[in-house]
Write a protein that binds this ligand. Sequence first.
Ligand SMILES: Nc1ncnc2c1ncn2[C@@H]1O[C@H](COP(=O)(O)OP(=O)(O)OP(=O)(O)O)[C@@H](O)[C@H]1O
Ligand SMILES: [Mg+2]
Length: 366
Amino acid sequence: MSTGQLDAADRPLARDNAFAPSSFDYAALLDGSPQMRAIRTIVENIADTDATVLIHGESGVGKDLVARAIHAASARRGGPFIKVNCAAIPGELLESELFGHERGAFTGAHRRKPGQFEYADNGAMFLDEIAELPLTLQAKLLHVLQDFRFTRVGGHAPIEVDTRVIAATNRDLERAIERGEFREDLYYRLNVVEIHVPPLRERREEIPLLVSAFLSRFNAQYGRQKELAPETLARLMEHPWSGNVRELENTIRRMVVLTEGEQAFAVSLARRRNGHATAAAAPIASESLREIARRAAREAERKALVEVLDRSHWNRAKASRILKVSYKTLLNKIAECGLTPPAAARVLAPARSDGRLGQNAPLSSA
Ligand SMILES: Nc1ncnc2c1ncn2[C@@H]1O[C@H](COP(=O)(O)OP(=O)(O)OP(=O)(O)O)[C@@H](O)[C@H]1O
Ligand SMILES: [Mg+2]
């Protein structure tokens, strides 16, 4: 039950949250393998409950998407889905981010600020990278999960929220418990329903469906009619995909955007197979060693930038911390590499019946 503590003056802050209420597309969770179909069944089975869910799996497997699907399938779907990435916010600010603070609670707290838990009222609270939650906050969260009441930092009045908690991690929480880094009681409280999203290499049969969906989406997004040759699909099926679905998604994006994207993927795969993976892929005929080294470094830098920005959903502050450069340096590098955040457009279309993937254009184009 909500006590409705948010007043009108507080509301605009909710819109500042990049993950604040938005629309969901439950169908976006493609389920082209028995493992993903089993996950969809769990999502449907718990749709009419408020059970707390713990999602685990490697980075890029689709934990975010599963969390959104849980919310979209639930009776709370009309309410907000609030995501807080526990790894992206420094420990000392996380308590206030989650639970809010009263004016004057600490230096710099010039005004009262509601926490994300309050914005999640009547909706869902998605705690991503839960393993990074400091131990002191783990204790507070455990209490909140018991009666859904808490106080803001520096406050006394209890706040009550009605929310469904979903947590995700790519770390082994049982090992974290053994190391004393994660509370066992919190683990059991979160783990009412457990969903393991397997790595893509264990569900390769999903690749054609995912490729087709990504191809349609990026063709629409970038105004292309790119199709993939059957041998490219065969190569995509073999690739190890250590970065999981996210890596596959980015690979297809490159193939759509770059004319030579498909060939570049084939070359990199062949290099990897021969044990000659290098950052530089262009011919080196007339370059000096120094130029080659510079170009390789630039390309490696660009690749790391693209990956980290993608992983952090273009959260530049987080990306600068991960890459251990200043925020300003990161912005300069982004500009130097000509990177721009992806548009939000998403259009999914089924695979064609002739075995080729993509739009109706007869030949490959980019
Ligand atoms: N089953 C799927 N169907 C369609 N798209 C998917 C699927 N799984 C993952 N994706 C896409 O792959 C990308 C990575 O997924 P997501 O962000 O959910 O992964 P994650 O497990 O939360 O990763 P991280 O641990 O890095 O946060 C997203 O763009 C997502 O839309
Ligand atoms: Mg995620």
